[in-house]
Design a protein around this ligand. Structure first.
Ligand SMILES: Nc1ncnc2c1ncn2[C@@H]1O[C@H](COP(=O)(O)OP(=O)(O)OP(=O)(O)O)[C@@H](O)[C@H]1O
Ligand SMILES: [Ca+2]
Length: 885
């Protein structure tokens, strides 16, 4: 027998679980230990050994190793061993860089791991999906990705899209009845929900019958190949650029070798020098350092409560020019409190903060008891009945479970002493749920006398066309134009005060008549209006200002009333007085071109449904903007996907929204978007810094050799020195640049263009000009020291080696700023100081430590030599430090 053939009690019994209580933590722990975690086995990751050997796969490194081997066989042991040692160290360094990148990517994956809602010991809990065990009672709602195979026991309009499993993209409606037949296809098992499939509608609960590889998904082996990470745009650009650089380096190296041989240097010497030069000059490590820099940035973002799901987002963030953000919960606290009550005869204000149930009702300054006003009392009671929220007192605080709008209504009712006992005498027999498209919710209620009536609550402008009567103290009277006007005026004044408005209506139902859902919400009786405040989060105003200074426009998108939205937008300084507010209905009528033509003046989109978001994203993109878009629901997913930076909410977001997004806000906070953009810009600037440093160094290295060969000089640097420079001077400071703090002005500049190339904004010129200067001063130092005398060669090479190293170590400080070397405090980057000091110490060691003098072809230098070296090596940086370019 299969699970779908049993009825639900039987399933529960077989799995030894009480469906109302769930497993106990102890039972679950035991099962987890016995059967293992609920994960699908992925393809094997790279082992550390493979990662290590990968460092030596590079073609030029192989040539170098072969060349060293030959020189070893020819008796040049010292050279061979020194080169081998350096190549090995290079490999170790590369290994550490890459494994660091791998680790932080793995950690990232862990952080965005899916969760499941399970019943344990009578309490609903969110736990990592991996900890779900067979027998767990699990709850699923619209937007969830299901994390185990489940036999459903209770469903409420549950629809599941199972394309991942069956290929069928239409959602399947689920029920709980057992299926009598055997051999039912997965797609026809209507009482089952499967791992990896998606809830598109409704909700349900069930018992877990299969986890991990024992699920229907686990059986499909083909899906389990681990997905490989795609390169980010910058990584791709650099990989392409790398090819060009490799060819350039090879051509130049070949030129150096040819010239050298032509000038009479021995072929073997030139070959080894050439290969070393090629290894040093080819920036094959650049993409890896970029990955490291990106993933380090990702770690910093986690500290700022933003989780990057796609590495490419780190780059794109820096280009963002428009942020489209939800209002409720992202810009505001999403903590609603009713402030005003309105019936056609009375208006009251309500005191109190948050969900605290202490507070009173006032008419002007006069305290009143709302229970003396029958219509008022009815509105409060009905607001609490058409309601799925609950407010409980926990740890000295009132906490809300459910929708904040409903929480506010519940709290207002409690302030009027409406108790749960009073509510329990009414039975809810039917519910038409709230969603952002409908902007209303209805319940059918049966009272103790078995009389039935509907309560509908929702956005007033949506309900007004459905209202025919008004409730007064004397009873229901037909709605007159005068009343309608009065209601509308009240809605507007409430909205102007940034209050969210909810209208409460009702309608008695006749016995024995069948009403469809459409009928239920027709011909309603208006009872009253509530106005509730949702205060802005306090950090948001500052964040919006910083975005503005950074050339980024913030746009508010909300389902709320236009006036409410406008009041909050003005309060947050999000838009100028004359900024435009566009409503969803207007948006629907507008053509895409028209929208694109006005969109630069729009700051608020109000009364929109999630479907509108896609149109908004497209219109901004049409105008050449790079758009960040937030969202949390299933219907937000298309817009999130279409935007350049999709952002989802860590707390309130559905799995679907999270999967579509490239950035998750752990605290759902708008200010976090700003922090992430700041970090994204910083990372990109740091990447530019070390590209600039590394490539300028390489240009210098190649040019000094090329110039020397042109001038028929001996080799200014021996192979092992070149390799040493590549390892030490190029390696450590470059990494330290990747960890640099941002220049104070990163958020004071317009966003960079997404099309910008690697060498944009003068970077190419900086690289070449500094590179030439570094090559020149090294050459001059060599010539001055050599003086054409063969016996001075060792000394001159030591001088050239030191000058090259020092010139680079001074130049690295210039790379910290886009402006000038003098623009920043040189001691501002602790890592860089450390890297420079260790490079200098290592240089002194290979120069003065006798056992190393042989392998590194160095000799002792005098103090006066150092004066010359430092003087010369400071020239490139100082010279350009005074120029603007
Ligand atoms: N639980 C509810 N029951 C009935 N009506 C509601 C409920 N919640 C909100 N509304 C009404 O629907 C309108 C739209 O709400 P919705 O939740 O779609 O937007 P929002 O949360 O303000 O928007 P966003 O999150 O995009 O800023 C509200 O202004 C309110 O009038
Ligand atoms: Ca190099």
């Amino acid at each position: 027998m299969k699970w779908y053939q049993y009825n639900s009690e039987h399933v529960a019994r077989k799995l030894a679980v009480d469906i109302r209580e769930g497993l106990t933590e102890k039972q679950a722990g035991e099962r987890l230990k016995k059967f293992g975690p609920n994960v699908l086995e992925e393809g094997k990751g790279v082992s550390w050994l493979m990662l290590f050997f990968k460092q030596f796969q590079d073609f030029m490194v192989l040539v170098l190793l072969a060349a060293t081997l030959i020189s070893g066989l020819l008796g040049e042991y010292v050279d061979a061993i020194a080169i081998m040692a350096i190549v090995l160290m290079n490999g170790v360094l590369g290994y550490f860089q890459e494994s660091k990148a791998e680790k932080s990517l793995a950690k990232l994956k862990e952080l965005s791991a899916p969760q499941a809602n399970v019943l344990r010991g009578g309490q609903w809990k969110k736990i990592p999906s991996a900890d779900v065990v067979v027998g767990d009672v699990i709850k699923m709602a619209s937007g969830d990705r299901i994390s185990a195979d489940v036999r459903l026991v209770h469903v409420k309009g549950l629809e599941i899209e199972e394309s991942a499993l069956t290929g069928e993209s239409l959602p399947v409606t689920k029920n709980v009845h057992e299926i009598g037949r055997e051999d039912v296809e997965v797609g026809d098992q209507h009482n089952m929900a499967f791992t990896g499939t998606l809830v598109t509608r409704g909700s349900g609960t069930g018992v877990v019958v299969g986890v991990g590889m024992e699920t229907a998904m686990g059986q499909i082996a083909s899906l389990l190949v681990s997905t490989e990470r795609v390169q980010t745009p910058l990584e791709r650009k650099l990989a392409e650029l790398g090819k060009i650089l490799i060819i350039t380096a090879l051509i130049l190296t070949a030129l150096v070798v040819t010239l050298g041989v032509y000038q009479g240097h021995p072929l073997y010497n030139m070959f080894l020098a050439g290969v070393s030069l090629a290894v040093a000059a080819i920036p094959e490590g650049l993409p890896a350092i970029v990955t490291v820099a990106l993933s380090l940035g990702v770690q910093r973002m986690i500290k700022r409560k933003a989780i990057v799901r796609k590495l490419s987002a780190v780059e794109t963030l820096g280009c963002a020019s428009v942020i489209c953000s939800d209002k409720t919960g992202t810009m505001t606290e999403n903590q609603m409190t009713v402030k005003q009550l309105f019936t056609i005869e009375d208006t009251l204000t309500v005191s109190g903060e948050g969900y605290d149930i202490s507070g009173g009702f006032y008419e002007g300054d006069q305290k009143v008891n709302p229970n003396n006003l029958p219509v008022m009392q009815q509105m409060l009671l009905y607001g609490a009945l058409c309601n799925n929220a609950s407010v409980t007192y926990k740890n000295d605080r009132y906490v809300l479970d459910g929708d904040p709008t409903e929480g506010a209504l519940l709290v207002a009712a409690k302030k009027a002493s409406i108790t749960p006992e009073m509510l329990s005498s009414y039975k809810i027999v039917h519910e038409i749920p709230f969603d952002s498209d409908r902007k209303r919710m209805s319940v059918v209620i049966e009272d103790e006398q078995s009389r039935r009536f509907v309560i509908t609550k929702g956005a007033p402008d949506v309900l007004l066309p459905r209202i025919q009567y008004v409730r007064t103290e004397a009873g229901h009277v037909p709605l007159k134009a005068r009343d309608e006007e009065k209601i509308n005026r009240k809605v507007h004044t409430m909205a102007d005060h940034a209050l969210r408005t909810i209208a409460v209506c009702c309608k008695p139902l006749k016995q024995g008549v069948h009403y469809t859902d459409v009928d239920l919400e027709k011909d309603l009786v208006f009872i009253g209006l509530t106005g509730m405040i949702d205060p802005p989060r306090k950090e948001v105003k500052q964040a919006i200002l910083e975005c503005k200074q950074a050339g980024i426009k913030t746009v508010m998108i909300t389902g709320d009333h236009a006036k409410t939205a406008r009041a909050i937008a003005l309060d947050l300084d999000l838009m100028p007085e004359d900024g435009r507010v566009v409503e969803g209905s207007e948006l629907s009528r507008m053509s895409e071109q028209h929208l694109a033509s006005i969109i630069d003046d729009v700051y608020v989109f109000a009364r929109v449904t999630p479907e509108h978001k896609l149109k908004i994203v497209k219109a901004f993109q049409n105008q050449g903007h790079v758009v960040a878009m937030t969202g949390d629901g299933v219907n937000d997913a298309p817009a999130i996907k279409a935007s350049d930076i999709g952002i989802s909410m860590g707390r309130t977001g559905t799995d679907v929204a999270k999967e579509a997004s490239s950035l998750i806000l752990l605290d759902d906070n708008f200010a976090t978007i700003k922090s992430a953009i700041h970090e994204g810009r910083n990372i990109y600037e740091n990447i530019r810094k070390f590209i600039r440093y590394l490539l300028a160094s390489n240009v210098g290295e190649i040019l000094v050799m090329l110039f020397a060969m042109l001038l028929a000089l001996p080799l200014p640097l021996v192979p092992v020195q070149i390799l040493w420079v590549n390892l030490v001077t190029d390696g450590l400071p470059a990494m330290a640049l990747g960890l640099d703090k941002s220049e104070g002005n990163v958020m004071k500049q317009p966003p960079r263009s997404a099309k910008e190339g690697v060498f944009a904004r003068g970077l190419g010129f900086k690289i070449v000009s500094r590179g030439i200067m570094i090559g020149l001063v090294t050459l001059i130092a060599f010539i001055l020291a050599y003086q054409g005398q063969e016996e001075r060669l060792l000394y001159a090479q030591t001088i050239a080696f030191s000058t090259l190293v020092m010139a680079q170590l001074i130049h690295v400080f210039d790379c910290r700023s886009e402006r000038s070397v003098f623009a920043r405090n040189p001691f501002g980057n602790f890592y860089l100081i450390g890297a420079v000091i260790s490079s200098v110490v290592l240089l002194l060691i290979v120069i003065y430590y006798e056992p190393l003098q042989g392998p590194f072809h160095t000799t002792d230098l005098a103090l006066r030599d150092w004066v010359g070296i430092i003087g010369l090596s400071a020239i490139p940086t100082l010279l350009w430090g005074f120029s603007k370019k």
